[in-house]
Design a protein around this ligand. Structure first.
Ligand SMILES: CC(C)(COP(=O)(O)OP(=O)(O)OC[C@H]1O[C@@H](n2cnc3c(N)ncnc32)[C@H](O)[C@@H]1OP(=O)(O)O)[C@@H](O)C(=O)NCCC(=O)NCCS
Length: 161
């Protein structure tokens, strides 16, 4: 039977937002014996909280933070442990890229945990510069330059001619 994954931008302060913080805690912070500070979470009020749902259950979350008119940062990417490796993360990244394109951004950047670098490489993200430490573990800067809708149309036209 085919699965249906739906996506939604969560309202800051909603019950679903609270559930997404719990998921982020379980997947991203608890394994490192860390917790979120309220002050840290409060700074996220103007970021996009993009969530994945399956059969009404929250299965994935990521945040998108505007860095400039052209660059948006993908952060806090987490998939429910039971659903990891089943395609949720890939679909969530695709949704984020669509959101970025639709809103005029040309580049997505992220700080990838080294354990997740192969996942992003597979999706066309490239590593930049030297590794660095965040939340006590090694990370790498990764970037993807998006083909904007107008370039995509040109590319299709060129290919079709
Ligand atoms: C990393 C993460 C977001 C990927 O989401 P996911 O739903 O598990 O990924 P998908 O099922 O879409 O995986 C797509 C591919 O990437 C691979 N992959 C996923 N996570 C990987 C990892 N950590 N290392 C190597 N490959 C990985 C999968 O095996 C799959 O490859 P395949 O189709 O050839 O089998 C998720 O596993 C996760 O939440 N991990 C823990 C938290 C984390 O590391 N977050 C990222 C912080 S930068």
């Amino acid at each position: 039977m085919s699965r249906t994954i739906s996506f939604k931008i969560l309202n800051f302060g909603s019950a679903e937002h609270a559930a997404s913080i719990a998921l982020r805690h379980d997947i991203l912070r608890k394994p490192l014996s860390l917790s979120f500070l309220k002050e840290e979470l409060d700074t996220e009020h103007d970021q996009i909280h993009l969530a994945a749902f399956e059969e009404g259950r929250l299965t994935g979350i990521m945040l998108l933070k505007k860095l400039s008119n052209s660059i948006i940062k993908m952060r806090q990417v987490a998939v429910d442990e039971k659903m990891q490796g089943t395609g949720t993360g890939t679909k969530m990244v695709e949704q984020a890229e669509n959101y970025a394109r639709d809103n005029g951004f040309s580049t997505i950047e992220l700080h990838a945990r080294n354990t997740a670098v192969p996942f992003y490489l597979r999706l066309g993200y490239l590593k930049e510069g030297a590794e660095f430490e965040e939340v006590g573990i090694p990370h790498s800067l990764m970037l993807k330059h998006l083909l904007t809708n107008s370039f995509a149309v040109l590319a299709v036209k060129k290919y079709c001619l």
